[in-house]
Design a protein around this ligand. Structure first.
Ligand code: SF4
Ligand code: SF4
Length: 217
């Protein structure tokens, strides 16, 4: 009889602690339901890269003079400049140019020192590939311009940390009416339009005043 009572007592304790865990888990779920979202819903939403973002390099074949400065300033001598000497004209003839983004550290030295500015860094960061050899871009692949996050109709561009108010990195305990730090592109466009119409109104009123003054004189 004593053993049976002990079993019932243990079972009740386990049932109570299981219920406690369940309540704790639901508490976390409900807590999350009243928080602001902090994740970017990639690939439907994307953060707008900063102006000087060092992404995939863009290359203009027609501007390249095959001087190989980019190779010399690269910490790993990465760019491959394939050229031949034309004996008749005594000038270099560029055949191919490639950069292996599987090895590139995106330091930007080649872009900085290129004498003809035929290299530039783009905002493209999506370089995932199944085969690392496919990251070796030739001049055709390097010449392709990336689609800007702000002009891609299939994604919603977000300013960095647009979801959280200024200075707050943790969404816990955040009042629901707190102002956001960043602005969404449509909010920025609305503000710019409002500013423009205000400027136009000001200009029109000053024109009217000057016209009146001229007519009285
Ligand atoms: S530094 Fe510029 S111009 Fe010279 S080889 Fe490199 S990419 Fe071409
Ligand atoms: S970004 Fe840096 S590592 Fe990459 S190719 Fe240019 S110089 Fe080399």
């Amino acid at each position: 009889m004593l053993g049976f009572l002990e079993k019932v007592s243990n079972y009740t304790k386990e049932a109570i602690s299981a219920a406690q865990y369940l309540v704790d888990g639901l508490g976390v779920t409900f807590d999350h339901m009243r928080r602001r979202p902090v994740t970017v819903q990639y690939p439907y939403e994307k953060l707008i890269p900063s102006e000087r973002y060092r992404g995939r390099i863009h290359y203009e074949f027609d501007k390249c003079i095959a001087c190989e400065v980019c190779v010399r300033v690269c910490p790993i001598n990465l760019p491959v400049v394939d050229w031949v000497m034309n004996k008749e004209t005594k000038k270099k003839e560029l055949r191919n140019y490639s950069i292996d983004f599987g090895a590139c550290i995106f330091c930007g030295n080649c872009v900085e020192y290129c004498p003809t500015n035929c290299l530039s860094m783009t905002e493209e960061y999506e370089l995932a590939a199944f085969d690392r050899h496919s990251l070796n871009y030739d001049n055709v692949a390097l010449g392709r311009l990336p689609t800007s996050v702000t002009s891609d109709p299939s994604v919603r561009p977000l300013k960095e940390l647009a979801y959280l108010p200024g200075g707050i990195m943790d969404p816990h305990e955040l009042p629901a009416n707190q102002k956001r730090a960043g602005k969404l592109p449509n909010q920025i466009i609305k503000e710019l339009q409002a500013e423009k119409s205000q400027e136009e109104d000001k200009k029109n009123s000053s024109d009217m005043v000057s016209n009146k003054l001229n007519s009285t004189n």
